[in-house]
Design a protein around this ligand. Structure first.
Ligand SMILES: C[S@@+](CC[C@H](N)C(=O)[O-])C[C@H]1O[C@@H](n2cnc3c(N)ncnc32)[C@H](O)[C@@H]1O
Length: 303
């Protein structure tokens, strides 16, 4: 195992089975949420963080573990599935890494952040490079519990932060499945003009904000030509993935939209056939966000 190239993937809470299914026969070991798989890093959906260059390190003591980690680089995040006390003692000997919640909007941290875990009292698994700039891939924001009408806004904050692309003042955003208005609120606070569509009404505090036009109707009955050009199409509609795909295809075909961000919600199984069709659309990317549940976020940005 040590000589063989392998990768470690940290599954989101509650989705270890999806990750194991995605990695298939490559899976070698599972340590709670941390899945070790043979081969180079794969572009998996069900991982909060990917340990890109993991290796095993034998250690003699807590001090020795901290020394060996510090010799590799400054910033480390611990993932502890066991041996919590010993892991904490090692962490105390490492340079401090900020655990402050993220203040939206902000740039991504530039400093590399490694991950480590204690597999046994005297055995570390460490990876100096990881896919996420945040500890264990957790996008934990400083929440706004006063103005936001639901917690759904955290998904939009996360995807915009990950993309480092934000709707600008004066741009037009169409928000489908907008009620009670968390995403609409995010877009409005960024200075965009928002057309919010839902069968249900917006929260009164959101409907009263300037630059929001609300349309009470089904998003599926709305023709792109009725709206005209939009800079961004956002969709967080509760619907079958197949229906979300058809809606996206309609808007792409219209040529009236520059950027799309859409939640794809799964009822039972992850529908990879729909994901594959979405990914065939040029300039697409897909994420299981830290703030997503059994759903993914598909993005299509102008080239
Ligand atoms: C998860 S909620 C959206 C939350 C919203 N993004 C927020 O931040 O507050 C899903 C929404 O989809 C809406 N919805 C379901 N079917 C719809 C349809 N055919 N047309 C428009 N909205 C629909 C529901 O009414 C519900 O408000």
């Amino acid at each position: 195992m040590t000589d063989q190239q392998f990768t470690a993937y940290l599954a989101p809470e509650g989705f270890v089975h999806e990750l194991i299914a995605e990695l298939g026969e490559a899976v070698d070991d599972v340590y709670d949420r941390l899945v070790i798989a043979a081969g180079a890093p794969q572009p998996v959906l069900w991982a909060d963080n990917v340990w890109l260059n993991p290796r095993f390190i034998k250690v003699e003591s807590i001090g020795d573990a901290a020394q060996k980690l510090k010799a590799l680089q400054r910033n480390w995040a611990n993932y502890a599935f066991d041996l919590h006390r010993r892991s904490n003692l090692i962490t105390e000997k490492l340079p401090h890494v900020s655990a402050k919640p993220i203040k939206f909007p902000c740039p991504l941290p530039a400093a590399p952040l490694g991950s480590w875990t204690l597999l046994e009292n005297d055995l570390l698994l460490v990876s100096p490079a990881c896919s996420s700039p945040y500890p264990n891939g957790a996008y934990i924001f400083e929440e706004n519990k006063i103005d936001a009408p639901s917690r759904a806004y955290l998904k939009l904050w996360e995807i915009l932060t990950r993309l480092q692309k934000f709707p600008k003042a004066g741009e037009t955003c169409l928000d489908l499945g907008a009620c009670p208005g968390g995403w609409t609120w995010v877009l409005q606070t960024l200075g965009a003009r928002v057309i919010s569509v839902d069968k249900a009404p917006l929260a009164p505090s959101i409907a009263a904000l300037p630059n929001i036009e609300y349309r009470q109707q089904s998003a599926f009955g709305l023709k792109p030509e009725e709206i005209g050009r939009v800079d961004w199409l956002f969709s967080d509609i509760i619907c079958y993935p197949e229906r979300a795909l058809r809606l996206i295809e309609t808007w792409k075909k219209s040529g009236l939209v520059r950027n799309i961000v859409s939640t794809i919600k799964f009822q039972g199984k992850t529908e990879y056939d729909i994901i594959n069709k979405l990914m065939e659309i040029p300039n697409s990317s897909i994420y299981h966000l830290y703030n997503n549940k059994h759903e993914v976020t598909w993005v299509n940005l102008e080239g």
